[in-house]
Structure formats: structure tokens, C-alpha cells
Write a protein that binds this ligand. Structure first.
Ligand SMILES: O=C(O)C1=C[C@@H](OP(=O)(O)O)[C@@H](O)[C@H](O)C1
Ligand SMILES: C=C(OP(=O)(O)O)C(=O)O
Length: 458
């Protein structure tokens, strides 16, 4: 039987503080970087994230021969994960539904001696893999892969590692996911001649995640140059289309994992849709995480927010939520949260240039529009945009009329952690709403349901 979670209904202002666990994206990069370090040295992650995606990544490394030791501290902030590099060998890897695992492990596998097979959930077997498979083949690696109906590579992928990679120049169309570029950049320093990666094709999404990859490499002592179209050094206005990664041995050292700001966003959304106030401690002053952008986005929708001197972000939702018309290409993973808030705005919103979400845990354009429409909030896809046209509702309380099902509406979560948190946000203002398989939030935030109930109560 499908597990249906009764989402707390709480249209009056929510107040509270939420300590969110670590960033899955930073953690994935730290793990790969540490694994490619020098044998005999260890990388240490303080306050590591124990969630499905990061445990699968840690297990993938361990299965290939890397030493991985989790140590519990008195609090989660004192937990430690030590990663000890070692020669990599063949293995069978379960990527689950983690884009980071299925895309970041194949280049790493090229350094193994032996065959590395990467497979995952059924839903993972439709996520795009072609660009990383092609790039590895162009670099001389023997890779076998299953193919989809259009002949493009998908899981399972089999990498015949030779223990080393010569490197060179490779061109890649990474418009379906930034993770293909991140995957190759992370492996770049261990290529004997370094790596020159040239983006061809339409714009690469998720600019913040690309910046995160480059930042992690540089902090590990690796020289990375970024060039914009035309060959000038890349900057904020002129995004990189070519990366030169110099050869070297990355040294992760000891890093403290930042809280996952994208996972903070549903809690901040609770303040948005109820006109309440939510605090998030340990909000980093500077970060490459795209989740930090939620503050500006919610401010544009009427919130008041400030980062206090004690490192706590405080956000108060507005009485009336202003509609949003924004290009979300660079912050795509925030879309489900923003869509749930836009559902209660005073007018139509347009969430633009998010075609890459079709290759996420599920086709999120289809999922978001179907689930909003199902609870009486008209939403549609227009090309690579989502248009949400909330029916007129009295401000502050109540919500659109739910689909009449007798027991209250159901939000399907499609095995997608962010569709589950999207449902929880809607439930604050739609009475009787239930969310299918709330446990899917365990992909990146295993205690979500408890944290949500602690914040909003029953
Ligand atoms: O590199 C990463 O850690 C991620 C990159 C982004 O992927 P896409 O570029 O495929 O959207 C993001 O959406 C995903 O949640 C995490
Ligand atoms: C797209 C996401 O995940 P993945 O790393 O599996 O691509 C996400 O977390 O929103």
C-alpha cells in the first residue's frame, strides 16, 4: 500500500528555528576530491551528511578500495568522516537515484584497475548519462552503456578502468545537466596531462554548482582556469565555457560541511506561505551553494530577511505573496519549493528556463504542473518554463479548494525528495492534504518529517 503522510495544516504564522543537515552537493565533491588524494594522507569531513545520496557515494568509494570511516560525535555537528585514498579497483556500484553518484563516479572509475559497473534505481535508468560517457570515450576510456530509445547512454554503465588517464582536450554538450562538467573537472587533476574541457551546445544550467566544483578543487590546491566565450577570463557576466584543470594531487584536508541551503528552502517557504518567521542557524556568509539565492527570490516575493551577526538567517513571510517571473536556470533545484510558494501568490508566476529539470529525479516540469493542477491550482508547461496561475484566495489563511476525494488531496512524490517537500509546503494551506512516500526525503534529509512537525506542529 502506498504510504500517505498527513501533511500538517497550519495556515497561521509558523515560528521557529531549524538546524538543517549538511549539503549533499558539497559532500559529494569533498568525497571525490578526497578519494583522488595521495595514498597515506586522509581527508576529513566534519559534520558529514548521512543521507541516502551521500551514503551511496561513500559506499561507492569504499567498494572501489578507498578507506571510509564514519565516527559519531556527541552531536551531528561533531560527527566525522575520514576518507583515506588507496589504489582503486573494480566494483559494482549502486548509484540509487543520485545524480552526483551516477555522474561523478564514472570518471573516477577510469582510475581504477578493473571493471566498474554503475547502476541504480529504475528511475535512475532514464536519467541522462550520454555526455559523460562520450567524454570518457573521447579521452580513451573503454565504456559500455545501456541506451534509451533515442540511442543515448543511460545506466547501467560499465567503465573498464586502466588505472590512469592521460587527459587532453574534450568537448561536451552539458546543457542537460551541469553534473557532466563537474564530474570531469573533479577527475581533471589526476589526468596525467591535465584536462581541457570545452562546453559546446546550449547554455549549461546550474552555474552555482559549477562554481562550487571549481571552488572545491582550488581549495584542494588544484589550479583551474576558466575562460568565457572568445577566450577572455570568465567572470560573473561572462560565464565559463572552457576550463583548464592543471595536473596535481588534490588535498582536501579538513573541511566543515555547510548546512544544505536548498534543503533549508522548504522551511523558509513555511514562513512564506503562512506569514510567519523562520530562522536557520549556521547560514554561511559566503557560499557557492545555489540555495543561498532563495533569500533574494523570496525577498522579491515579499519576504523580509536578514543575516544576523550570530550567523542566523531570519526570514519573515509577507501578508500577500508577490508573483515571480524569474529565470531559474542557475538555481534549478530550488524550483519545487518556489513553485509551492508561487501557488499562493496574488497573481501568475513564470519559472523560466528549467528544461534540465526533465532529467532530475523525475520530470519535474510534468510533476509540478500535474500536482498543482490536481489540487486546483492551474499550472502548465510552456516550452522550458512553468506558468502557475493561482486562483484568487483571501490573503493569510485558507487556500484553493482541494480536489474532492473524500479524504483530502494527495500529492504524488515520484520518488523525488523535492516533490515530497513541495507537498509539505502546500499542505500548510490546503486542509487534509497527504503526501505520498514522505520517506523519499531520505535522499538528502532523512529527518525531514520530524523536523517539519517540530516546526509547524500538528
Ligand atoms: O552538482 C550537483 O551537486 C548538482 C547539480 C545540479 O544538477 P543539474 O545541473 O542537473 O540541474 C542540481 O540540480 C543537483 O541537485 C545537484
Ligand atoms: C536534481 C537533484 O539531485 P541529483 O543530485 O540526484 O541530480 C536535486 O537534489 O534536486
Amino acid at each position: 500500500m502506498t504510504d500517505l503522510w498527513p501533511a500538517p495544516f497550519h495556515p497561521s504564522p509558523v515560528r521557529g528555528s531549524v538546524d538543517v543537515p549538511g549539503s549533499k552537493s558539497l559532500m559529494a565533491r569533498f568525497l571525490i576530491t578526497a578519494a583522488l588524494g595521495e595514498a597515506g594522507t586522509a581527508g576529513r569531513i566534519v559534520a558529514p551528511l548521512r543521507a541516502r545520496d551521500t551514503e551511496l557515494m561513500a559506499r561507492a568509494l569504499a567498494d572501489m578500495g578507498v578507506g571510509v570511516a564514519w565516527q559519531r560525535g556527541a552531536t551531528e555537528a561533531e560527527d566525522i568522516l575520514d576518507i583515506s585514498p588507496a589504489p582503486l579497483h573494480g566494483a559494482t556500484i549502486d548509484a540509487g537515484l543520485a545524480g552526483t553518484v551516477m555522474r561523478f563516479v564514472p570518471p573516477l572509475a577510469a582510475f581504477a584497475r578493473g571493471e566498474v559497473v554503475i547502476d541504480g534505481d529504475d528511475a535512475a535508468r532514464v536519467r541522462p548519462m550520454d555526455p559523460v560517457v562520450r567524454a570518457l570515450r573521447d579521452l580513451g576510456v573503454e565504456v559500455d552503456a545501456a541506451s534509451d530509445s533515442a540511442g543515448r547512454a543511460v545506466l547501467p554503465v560499465r567503465v573498464h578502468g586502466q588505472g590512469h588517464l592521460a587527459g587532453g582536450t574534450v568537448e561536451i554538450d552539458s546543457s542537460a545537466s551541469s553534473q557532466f562538467i563537474s564530474a570531469l573537472l573533479l577527475a581533471g587533476p589526476r589526468c596525467e596531462g591535465g584536462l581541457v574541457l570545452r562546453s559546446v551546445g546550449p547554455k549549461v544550467p546550474s552555474a552555482f554548482h559549477l562554481a562550487m566544483t571549481v571552488d572545491v578543487l582550488r581549495r584542494a590546491g588544484i589550479q583551474v582556469e576558466e575562460f568565457a566565450a572568445g577566450g577572455a577570463p570568465a567572470d560573473r557576466e561572462h560565464p565559463a565555457v572552457e576550463w583548464h584543470v592543471h595536473p596535481g594531487i588534490p588535498q582536501l584536508g579538513t573541511v566543515v560541511l555547510e548546512p544544505d541551503l536548498s534543503n533549508a528552502s522548504p522551511f523558509l517557504a513555511a514562513a512564506m506561505v503562512t506569514g510567519g518567521t523562520v530562522e536557520i542557524p549556521r547560514w554561511p556568509e559566503r557560499t557557492t551553494q545555489p540555495g543561498a539565492q532563495i533569500v533574494d527570490i523570496f525577498t522579491a516575493m515579499g519576504a523580509r530577511a536578514h543575516l544576523r551577526a550570530d550567523g542566523v538567517l531570519e526570514l519573515t513571510g509577507p501578508r500577500d505573496i508577490a508573483p515571480l517571473d524569474a529565470d531559474l536556470s542557475d538555481v534549478g533545484e530550488l524550483t519545487p519549493t518556489i513553485a509551492a510558494v508561487a501557488a499562493f501568490a496574488t497573481g501568475p508566476s513564470a519559472l523560466r528556463n528549467i528544461g534540465q529539470l526533465r532529467g532530475h529525479e523525475t520530470n519535474r516540469l510534468a510533476a509540478i504542473t500535474a500536482e498543482l493542477s490536481g489540487v486546483g491550482i492551474p499550472a502548465r508547461e510552456e516550452g522550458d518554463d512553468i506558468i502557475i496561475t493561482p486562483p484568487a484566495v483571501p490573503s493569510g489563511a485558507g487556500g484553493p479548494a482541494p480536489r474532492a476525494t473524500g479524504e483530502g488531496p494527495v500529492i504524488r512524490s515520484y520518488e523525488d525528495h523535492r516533490m515530497a517537500t513541495f507537498g509539505a509546503i502546500l499542505g500548510l494551506r490546503i486542509p487534509g492534504l497527504r503526501v505520498e512516500n514522505i520517506a523519499t526525503t531520505g535522499k538528502t534529509m532523512p529527518r525531514f518529517a520530524h523536523m517539519w512537525t517540530d516546526l509547524v506542529g500538528r
